[in-house]
Design a protein around this ligand. Structure first.
Ligand SMILES: [Fe+2]
Ligand SMILES: [Fe+2]
Length: 329
């Protein structure tokens, strides 16, 4: 017997653990599903969702971005990709760079829809501009989001050994319905859907990675969970929509975004192949399991709790006039 076989590797005797639970070298669907479930319990527990939402009123008065844990960029290696074609993993990372890139444009669109409805959430998202339209103070959401594209770009560089050449996502303007409130509601569902999608995809990348690579993705992931909980909760308070209405609206937004990214992303042809269809059930599970978690949490967001956090609803005391010559914060 060789020295190698007389001292078997620890990992062949028992699984070792990472942020997604037990690590498998060649995980199948059920093991990836277990890892996704584990990640959702760790990163989207009701306690974490509540903490993120409860923090929002404080952000209105004392805005402060969520600090990131340290990332060991140099320790990120291709062999930390597990159970997936590494080329597909890289394509998804490159697409994340593109989708995260035009963050200022996203924040200005939110400003356009929400400024008249709720100045405080508008300030959280897109900050404060002077009467000339110059930025005075960046919003916390924008500060957090603008770290994501560079982070995924660095991850790509470490894995591929070269820079990606991203084409930033093109911005979609939705036609107005003629109602400020309806447009704001639809935009809020769009924001929630983009945060939900980011959480679902980043969790799926974490299920297919380990080590420093997985730990790096956990940082933007936690920002997205934070935004998702905040936007979900405050829109529940503001619009008082029924859960089926919300889920139907999110599904419409998701279908629209899916079609847009299929046409707009640089590497769509490499992602949407017959061979990659086998990963569809995993991603589908990630989206639906997260939505299920949010729907259960939604039931706990009663009117008393939301009133204590945010006060009376804005549409009961609408103030829809704006003065474009004043600084808008
Ligand atoms: Fe992001
Ligand atoms: Fe986000």
């Amino acid at each position: 017997m060789s020295a190698q076989s007389s001292q078997p590797q620890l990992s062949t005797l028992q699984p070792h653990f990472d942020l997604a639970g037990p690590v498998y070298r060649n995980p199948g669907y059920s093991q990836i599903r277990d890892r996704l479930n584990y990640l959702i319990e760790q990163y989207l527990s009701p306690e974490i969702l509540n903490q993120n939402l409860n923090d929002l009123p404080q952000q209105f008065t004392q805005p402060k971005p969520r600090p990131w844990g340290s990332i060991d960029w140099k320790a990120i290696r291709p062999d930390q990709i597990i159970g997936i074609d590494p080329q597909l993993f890289l394509c998804v990372v490159a697409s994340s760079v593109e989708i995260e890139a035009p963050i200022r444009a996203y924040s200005l669109i939110s400003r356009q829809y929400l400024a008249e409805i709720h100045p405080a959430i508008t300030h959280f998202l897109s900050g404060c501009y002077d009467s000339e339209g110059q930025l005075i103070e960046m919003g916390v959401w924008e500060k957090e989001e603008r770290q994501h594209a560079p982070a995924f770009r660095k991850i790509y560089q470490q894995l591929a050994g070269e820079d990606s050449s991203p084409t930033p996502n093109s911005i979609i303007e939705l036609p107005s319905s003629g109602s400020v409130v309806k447009d704001a509601y639809r935009h809020s569902l769009r924001r929630i859907t983009t945060e939900w999608s980011a959480v679902a995809v980043y969790l799926w990348l974490m299920a297919h990675s380990t080590g420093a690579l997985q730990a790096a993705i956990a940082q933007p992931l936690q920002d997205e969970v934070n935004h998702l909980a905040k936007f979900w909760g405050i829109s529940r308070w503001g619009f008082q929509d029924a859960l089926p209405q919300r889920c139907a609206g999110m599904t419409r937004q998701f279908a629209h975004l899916f079609g847009h990214h299929r046409d707009d992303r640089s590497n769509s042809r490499s992602v949407f192949t017959l061979r990659n269809l086998s990963y569809g059930p995993e991603l589908g599970f990630s989206y639906l399991r997260i939505l299920n978690q949010l729907c259960h949490w939604h039931m706990t967001l009663n009117n008393t709790l939301l009133y204590d956090l945010f006060g009376p609803r804005p549409f009961l005391q609408p103030s829809l006039s704006s003065n474009s010559h004043s600084p808008s914060c």
